[in-house]
Design a protein around this ligand. Structure first.
Ligand code: PEP
Length: 249
């Protein structure tokens, strides 16, 4: 059995609750592709109304972050219990914007990954190199470390169900997409890294997305690569084009 493609939109910090419901209503009929898993990664405050708007469709929801405790004195944070109860299935963890602006480390991300898994949420764990790292030739060393530390104490069985998003930082929001060969090269190396940490079955099962300026024009070529199992889409997930991207899978 091949891996099912997964196309996730990362809405980032866009869309008020009423705008989010409108966008979900607009996209609903455009993303009904049974061949792929379709995910809207919406801001926390939009989760409840968007869940209501997409009820009964093929669309699943992702949170964009989560804290690694169930409840308590952590002002401003959102817990896995809250997400699961609101009908969220996936959680984007370790996005480069969270690593850069909110100083999340691999160790923080690992705690979140373990906690999400313990509560039945599927982590979409992000990794990716900066332009400087790529130019210095240390891309894979850096990503290997992100993967190894992010997956610390995650079992093979758990890893099989996870999603990893390879997002080169230089391609995020820049309009500068990695070529399909560049993206495939790193996604294949990530799969080899999973094989080293676990085994061939786990490497074969885990889904690896590419993210970084995916649009309706480049999605089909990227998703056709053997080790790219779909995309994490930022800017283009807020437009009707997202439907075309979903049907490129
Ligand atoms: C992202 O933020 O995950 C992303 C890939 O953004 P964009 O598609 O806008 O580059």
């Amino acid at each position: 059995m091949g891996r099912k493609k997964i196309i996730a939109g990362n809405w980032k910090m866009n869309m008020t609750p009423s705008e989010a419901v409108k966008l979900a209503e607009t996209l609903k009929p455009l993303v009904n592709n049974e061949k792929a898993d379709v995910v809207f990664g919406v801001p926390a405050i939009d989760i409840v109304p968007v869940a209501e708007a997409v009820r009964g469709t093929n669309i699943e929801l992702a949170a964009q972050n989560m804290y690694f405790e169930e409840k308590g004195a952590y002002t401003g944070e959102i817990s896995p219990l809250m997400l699961a109860d609101a009908g969220v299935r996936y959680v984007i963890l370790g996005h480069s914007e969270r690593r850069e602006y909110f100083k999340e480390t691999n160790a923080d991300i690992n705690k979140k990954v373990l906690c999400a898994l313990a509560h039945g949420l599927t982590p979409i764990m992000c990794c990716g190199e900066s332009l400087e790292q790529r130019e210095m030739g240390v891309t894979m060393d850096f990503i290997r470390q992100q993967i190894k530390e992010g997956l610390c104490e995650v079992t093979a069985e758990q890893a099989k169900g996870m999603v990893i998003a390879y997002e080169p930082i230089w391609a995020i929001g820049t309009g500068k997409t990695a070529t399909s060969e560049q993206a495939e090269e790193v996604c294949r190396a990530i799969r080899e890294c999973i094989c080293e940490i676990y085994d061939a079955d786990t490497a074969e099962a885990i889904r690896i997305q590419y993210g970084g300026s995916v649009n309706a024009g480049n999605a089909a070529e990227l998703f056709a690569m053997p080790d790219i199992d779909g995309g994490l889409v930022g800017g283009a997930s807020l437009k009707e084009d997202f439907g075309k991207i979903v049907f490129s899978a």
